[in-house]
Design a protein around this ligand. Structure first.
Ligand code: R5P
Length: 291
């Protein structure tokens, strides 16, 4: 009898653990293989389900843009405050110490610069993502963008196919054609297409009606920060995005172009993970930057 009770207890424990696994903290990831889940858990904090990605892949399009002239001085000191970093393999290998041990969302497509037509991207060799121990690969999909729509969709699909082989999730980076309005209708379409093609994370932009983008996308949506805003407005953007269903931010210029980047990323982190209001976040920014 005592043996039976012990067996029942063990069975209940096992089934509780299994049902906890079903409630995996990353949206849409419950049925993914272990390796994918492990990588997603490095990016999305298991306690909050959210992430602060520090994006500094801009140089592959813009060159040494403002705030990214010296990765060693401008970015390396900030890495400790991010959940994940997003950059190209060239910057990772030359400028980011491997012993910082930070999950990497590797920019895995490359193409034209700001000097020519954008979006005619090709994929890097996916095995490089394995060699670099990437936790995710970021690949652009440009919706409604002439022949570039098909080129970028093919890149995304190929990245997902290879990512599935190696257990590396793909983040779909949404873009829309120049004629498209940058609104919820087109970002929702682009986000959903990324997820339908197998992306495990989607990066898009915050806009009016963002709830629709988040709710109709079956995987976590993170928002880019976009052009530099005053710090308080950038914190409002983070707060509103989280409130409207974003799973975090993938933020670049609003951090590294801030007058106090280390203070800014810590304030962003507190808004995303600790529920600070924009006012509280801004107060934190001022305190940390010594204002
Ligand atoms: C754009 O293609 C890049 O992927 C950036 O990483 C992304 O837009 C986030 O950077 P920012 O917050 O500066 O917009």
């Amino acid at each position: 009898m005592a043996d039976m009770d012990g067996f029942r207890e063990a069975t209940n424990f096992a089934s509780n653990q299994l049902s906890k696994m079903d409630n995996f903290h990353v949206k849409g990831a419950s049925n993914l293989p272990w390796g994918m889940k492990d990588r997603l858990s490095r990016i999305f904090n298991p306690h909050t389900g959210r992430t602060v990605m520090l994006a500094f892949d801009h140089g592959f399009i813009m060159g040494p843009t403002s705030g990214l002239e010296r990765i060693d001085l401008n970015i390396v000191p900030l890495v400790q405050y991010a959940d994940c970093i997003m950059c190209t393999r060239g910057i990772l290998q030359t400028s980011i110490p491997a012993n910082l041990n930070k999950p990497v969302c590797l920019r895995s497509d490359a193409g034209s610069t700001v000097l020519t037509d954008l979006n005619r991207n090709v994929l890097i060799d996916m095995e490089d993502a394995v060699r670099l121990n990437a936790s995710a690969m970021a690949v652009m999909f440009s919706a409604g963008d002439g022949d570039r729509e098909a080129i970028t969709a093919a890149n995304l699909v190929k990245a997902v196919d290879l990512g599935n082989r190696y257990g590396i999730p793909v983040m779909g980076v949404t873009a829309v054609g120049k004629e498209m309005a940058r609104d919820a209708r087109y970002f929702a379409l682009a986000s959903r297409v990324c997820a339908e093609n197998g992306a495990s994370i989607v990066k898009t932009y915050y806009c009016e009606g963002f709830e629709k983008i988040a709710v109709t996308c079956p995987v976590p949506v993170v928002i880019a920060g976009g052009k530099k805003l005053p710090e308080k407005e950038a914190l409002e953007l983070c707060f509103n995005a989280i409130n409207d269903g974003a799973a975090g931010v993938d933020m670049g210029r609003n951090v590294f172009q801030s007058e106090s980047p280390a203070a800014m990323i810590q304030a962003v982190h507190a808004v995303v993970h600790d529920g600070l209001t924009p006012e509280q976040g801004f107060e934190m920014f001022q305190d940390l930057s010594g204002k």
